[in-house]
Design a protein around this ligand. Structure first.
Ligand code: ZN
Length: 438
């Protein structure tokens, strides 16, 4: 680092340290020399650094945090997520947005210990990681509002419907606010649509993820200096979707999970969005998921729209188990008459403009590689590992000789013209009871 600093001639700007980052940040607080910007981007979880970081950033300063431990944050080990971030993650379709809300919850909670609170500027889920940009302020009065900014999530294991439960209640009271306990729960002991159980997740940040004025300024800065960033197109695409997101609606559904639950074919994005708009609700995409449907329509309306869709595109009911979520949802008559006639405003501007919104991976096996081994060894690449373990349990012979064990049905009927070339047996005695057709 020291050589790089000298090489670039930035000695007056950069002071490298070989130290525990936490000790450096705590010392800055003792010395009253707080940092205007702190960027946490460790390999793995930033959790051990959060306590020091929320204290060491200056008043109104910028704190940037990257989390690459997406397995934990997206619901693969909810108990580990709790131990690191103080919130239980869920494996719902909305898991990437929930991961953003979990790190924001964790940051706000830790800041609250020191009479500080966060204001998110931009929160993004990209590739294999998430990254949040927040400002940190001090104010005992505002910290009181923090409980009412967090919410628990009830997620139905059958149909995927979710409901939010705020942790506190803030009511406007003259010039200020009055705070109290929230009331609930928002759901019964089983799901009102499919009668299955709910999983409980959170708490998570339930307020807006982005400051739209800030995002617009970033977009404007991008336009005013074209060619400055190599990822310009991608920044423009992603931030444009961010500006279209419904800020006051946490989490989302996905089109394929809605249609998958009732086993019908999937309406097009424009048809489904049109139906929601016709019914008088707002709808948006999410930058965190390609098929996301973010809407202020209650779940009952979503399922009514799906029931109407299933009337036009019938589902094979006889194949469904009586207790399946699909049967239970479709057994109810919709009270809403959905219209799937396309509306012009159903097509989001970022889509109309053909922006690069959800880029594909540039190559196969692209993404973070294995952590370096202690002592400088190289761990085997993912591809090598896959090669070694793939098809371990299913040893198949591809030479076709195994088929000779099965009798030829056409030979039996006297219609096989292949003779000895036929891959099936032409010996009467070899007849097996469950032979496949040739
Ligand atoms: Zn359900």
């Amino acid at each position: 680092m020291a050589r790089n600093v000298a090489f670039n001639g930035v000695g007056h700007l950069v002071a490298p340290s070989l130290a525990d980052a936490r000790m450096l940040m705590y010392q800055s607080k003792v010395d009253r020399e707080l940092f205007d910007v702190i960027d946490l981007d460790p390999y793995g979880s930033p959790a051990p650094f959060l306590d020091a970081a929320v204290q060491a950033v200056s008043e109104g300063g910028l704190l940037c945090v990257t989390c690459t431990d997406m397995g934990v944050m997206a619901g693969n080990s909810a108990e580990t997520c709790y131990s690191k971030y103080g919130a239980v993650s869920l494996k719902g379709k909305f898991c990437h947005e929930m991961a953003l809300r979990i790190i924001l919850h964790s940051l706000d909670l830790r800041a609250n210990c020191y009479q500080r609170f966060i204001v998110p500027l931009l929160s993004v889920s990209a590739d294999f990681y998430i990254r949040v940009f927040v400002r940190v302020f001090t104010g005992q009065a505002k910290v009181k509002a923090s409980a009412s900014k967090q919410a628990l999530v009830y997620h139905c294991v059958g149909c995927g419907t979710h409901h939010l439960q705020r942790l506190g209640k803030a009511t406007s009271h003259g010039t200020g606010f009055k705070y109290g306990a929230a009331t609930g729960p928002p759901v019964g002991s089983s799901c009102e649509f499919c009668q299955q159980r709910h999983q409980l997740g959170g708490p998570m940040w339930a307020e807006p993820l982005h400051d739209l004025a800030f995002v617009q300024r970033v977009l404007a800065a991008l336009e005013s200096s074209p060619g400055r960033f190599r990822t310009e197109e991608r920044i423009r695409g992603m931030l444009s979707v961010v500006t279209e997101e419904l800020g006051d609606v946490p989490l989302y559904y996905t089109l394929d999970s809605l249609s998958g639950t009732i086993h019908c074919n999937t309406p097009s994005l424009l048809q489904f969005r049109s139906a929601l708009l016709h019914a008088g609700y707002r709808v948006s995409l999410s930058h965190a998921c390609k098929n996301a449907v973010k809407t202020d329509a209650p779940p009952a309306v979503l399922w009514d729209i799906m029931r109407c869709w299933a009337k036009i595109h019938p589902v094979k009911r006889e194949r469904l188990a009586e207790t399946s979520p699909a049967s239970r949802i479709l057994a109810v008559e919709p009270t809403l008459q959905a219209s799937f006639a396309l509306r012009d405003d159903a097509n989001p501007s970022s889509r109309k403009r053909g922006l690069k919104r959800f880029p594909e991976n540039p190559e196969a096996f692209w993404g973070p590689k294995a952590r370096a081994k202690a002592g400088g060894g190289i761990s085997p690449s993912l591809q090598e590992k896959r090669k070694r373990h793939q098809n371990k349990r299913t040893e198949r012979s591809d030479d076709g000789t195994s088929l000779k064990n099965f009798p030829c049905k056409r030979f039996k009927e006297g219609t096989c013209s292949l003779g000895a070339q036929c891959c099936y047996s032409h010996e009467e005695a070899a007849a097996a009871p469950d032979a496949p057709p040739p």
